[in-house]
Structure formats: C-alpha cells, structure tokens
Design a protein around this ligand. Structure first.
Ligand SMILES: N[C@@H](CCC(=O)N[C@@H](CS)C(=O)NCC(=O)O)C(=O)O
Length: 208
C-alpha cells in the first residue's frame, strides 16, 4: 500500500489526481501546511524535507519531488498508459514537468503565495508578489504556445497535466488570466471521472 502525504489545495493535489487516474490504492495522511505541520518532528520522520507531496512506497522508503513521484506512479501502473515508451516522449514529459515545477511553481507561485518567507517589509513583499505574478503569466503563455490546439498539454492526457492542473487552479484563485486553450484544458481535466472522484480530496483544507 502507498502512503500519500497530502495537503488539500497544495501542489500535492496533482498527485491526488494521478492516484485516482491510476486507480492506485493508498493510505491518506493529511498534512496541514497552513498550520506548519510539515515542519513537525513527526512529519519530518516521514519526509525530512518537510514538504508535500511525499509518497511512502510499499517496499519502504519515501519518494519526494512532484516529477519523481509522478513518473514513478505512471511507470508503476503501465496498464493506465500514462508513461510513454519512446525516450523522446518521456523526455518531453520531464521537460514540461521541470518547467512547471521548477519555474512556474517555485519561481512564480512561491513568491505570489508566500512572499513573507523571503522578505519582512510590506513593500518588498508586494514587489516580490508582483514579480511572481509576472513569472506565472510568462510561464502560462509559454505553456499555452506549447499546447497549441491539442486537448491536453502534450496531446493526450499525461502526467504533465497533473502539474498543469494545480498550477491553473492556483492561477484562477490568484486572478491570473488563463490563456483560452489552457482554460479549456483545465475544464477537460476537471471533467475527467478521476478528477471528479478525487474532488473531496483536493478541496482546500479549512484551518482553525
Ligand atoms: N520541489 C517540491 C516542492 C514541494 C513544495 O514546495 N510543496 C509545498 C506545498 S505546494 C510545501 O510543502 N510547502 C510547505 C513549506 O515549504 O513549508 C516538489 O516538486 O514536490
């Protein structure tokens, strides 16, 4: 059985979606990142990095980092057809995941959502937030151009769409305009049975 460490509304929503796409069985461990539970000694025993998502593997050990978890899940469930056979198709998925996580999430949304982690003065925080929004908008434009007129980011639904899913949801929440083809793609992802089944798991958690 897999152990899924998850904070609803966070980037682990993409892994929650994938687990449902793959019909994988897992034990859910909720981690309230708003309350800082990810830094607790108890959680650091599971994931010393103090972040979500994390995936405890059946043979022991924990897998961290969105792209690594997504690739392992897809490769480990070949019947779902979410891990392509050719090295070029695999590389395209990794290329898209790296850009979405390394650039749009970490160098865009991190500044939009948590400028206080980096700067204490309000003016600096506002400037950092604005910089993050520009990075997000630039990233979405690039992804939009890459997607073209296909149904999903790389044509057929792939693990790259799991990352796109949480990024576009965050963009909506932050009032960043979605390019029309990405907005259509988000609607398609949300209409997928797996996404609807996962919905209760993905709702932003209510904190006290
Ligand atoms: N590079 C990591 C990023 C994970 C990450 O930043 N997760 C956020 C939630 S979206 C988190 O755990 N934040 C809590 C914190 O940084 O304290 C990945 O790809 O999984």
């Amino acid at each position: 059985m897999l152990d899924f460490y998850h904070s609803p509304g966070s980037c682990s929503n993409g892994i929650g979606l994938l687990l449902h796409e793959l019909q994988a069985e897992f034990t859910l461990h909720l981690v309230n990142v708003r309350q800082g539970e990810q830094k607790s000694p108890a959680y650091r025993q599971a994931n010393p990095k103090g972040k979500v998502p994390a995936l405890g593997l059946p043979g022991g050990g924990v897998l961290t980092e969105f792209p690594a978890i997504a690739v392992w899940l897809a490769a480990h469930h070949p019947a779902a057809g979410l891990w392509p056979e050719t090295s070029l198709a695999q590389a395209r998925i990794l290329e898209a995941l790296d850009f979405m996580i390394g650039s749009v999430h970490m160098r865009g949304f991190t500044f939009v959502k948590m400028p206080q982690k980096f700067l204490s003065d309000p003016e600096g925080q506002a400037a950092l937030r604005a910089h993050g929004r520009d990075e997000v908008a630039r990233g979405l434009d690039l992804l939009s151009g890459q997607m073209g007129q296909g149904d999903y980011l790389l044509g057929d639904f792939s693990i790259a769409d799991a990352a796109l899913f949480f990024l576009l949801t965050w963009a909506e929440e932050e009032g960043v305009a979605l390019p029309p083809n990405l907005a259509d793609c988000l609607a398609r992802i949300r209409a997928r049975p797996a996404c609807q089944a996962a919905a209760p798991l993905l709702r932003r958690q209510v904190t006290a």
